[in-house]
Design a binder for this molecule. Structure first.
Ligand code: GAR
Length: 220
C-alpha cells in the first residue's frame, strides 16, 4: 500500500475520484490526509466526510511563499507519504520544497502538456484552433507545469465547443487519468530516476496515452 497525501485548493473532484477508487479496492493506496491552502475548500469537506484528516493553512499567515510551503509540506510529511498528489492545487510551490520531494510528487493539469502550462487552458486550446484537447499527469519540478509528463488523455474539440463545455467534458477523463496514473506509481511501474521517467524499468520515450477502454498506449 502506498501512503498518499493529496493537496487541493477547491472543489476536490479529482481527490474524490482517488478516494472512490481506493474504497472500491481498485487502487493499492491509502490516502492519509487532504491538505489545502484554502480554509473553505470543498475538498476539505469531502475528506472530513470520509474520516480523513483535513488540514488547511492560510498563506496570509506566513511571511512568504517559502515559509508557507515549508509549513504545509512539513504537515504532509507527518503522514510519511510515498506520494503527494496535487489535485487541483492552484499555488506555485517554492523550489526549495519541490527538491525534497523529487519523484514523489505529481500534478494533474488540464492540457496536453507541454501545451498550455499555467491558467486558462481551455480558452487557449480553443483560441489556437486545436483539433484536440486533454489533460496530463506529470512529475512536479521547479518549472511550473514543466516536469516530465507521465501520461495524457486526449479528446476531440467539437464544433461549437466553449471553454465551459470543454472543461465539463474533460473532467471525467481527468478523473480516470489521475486514478490510472496513481495506480502505475503505486505499483512502481512508473518511476522518476536521474535520467528521466521509467515505465516497467525502461525509459519512457513519450507520455503514455490513456485509451477509452482504460488501457495504456505507448506513443513515440
Ligand atoms: C482540474 O481540472 C485540474 O486539472 C485543475 O483544476 C481542476 C480541479 O478540479 N488543475 C489545474 O489547473 C492545475 N494547474 P477539482 O478540484 O474538482 O479536482
Amino acid at each position: 500500500m502506498l501512503d498518499v497525501v493529496v493537496l487541493a485548493s477547491g472543489r476536490g473532484s479529482n481527490f474524490a475520484a482517488l478516494l472512490a477508487a481506493q474504497r472500491r479496492g481498485e487502487l493499492p493506496i491509502r490516502i492519509r490526509a487532504l491538505l489545502s491552502d484554502k480554509t473553505a475548500a470543498p475538498a476539505l469537506d469531502i475528506a472530513r466526510d470520509a474520516g480523513i484528516p483535513a488540514i488547511a493553512l492560510a498563506p496570509a499567515d506566513f511571511a512568504d511563499r517559502a515559509a508557507f510551503d515549508h509549513a504545509l509540506f512539513a504537515r504532509a510529511a507527518i503522514f510519511e507519504p510515498g506520494l503527494i498528489v496535487l489535485a487541483g492545487y492552484m499555488r506555485v510551490i517554492d523550489d526549495s520544497v519541490i527538491e525534497d520531494w523529487r519523484g514523489r510528487i505529481v500534478n494533474i493539469h488540464p492540457s496536453l502538456l507541454p501545451k498550455y502550462p499555467g491558467l486558462r487552458t481551455h480558452v487557449r486550446a480553443l483560441e489556437a484552433g486545436d483539433p484536440t484537447h486533454g489533460a496530463s499527469v506529470h512529475f512536479v519540478t521547479a518549472q511550473l507545469d514543466g516536469g516530465p509528463v507521465i501520461a495524457r488523455v486526449e479528446m476531440p474539440i467539437l464544433p461549437g465547443d466553449t471553454p465551459r463545455a470543454l472543461a465539463a467534458r474533460l473532467l471525467p477523463l481527468e478523473h480516470r487519468l489521475l486514478v490510472a496514473s496513481v495506480d502505475l506509481i503505486a505499483r512502481q511501474r512508473i518511476t522518476l530516476g536521474e535520467d528521466g521517467v521509467k515505465f516497467d524499468g525502461e525509459p519512457l520515450a513519450a507520455p503514455l496515452q490513456l485509451q477509452a477502454d482504460g488501457t495504456w498506449r505507448a506513443v513515440g
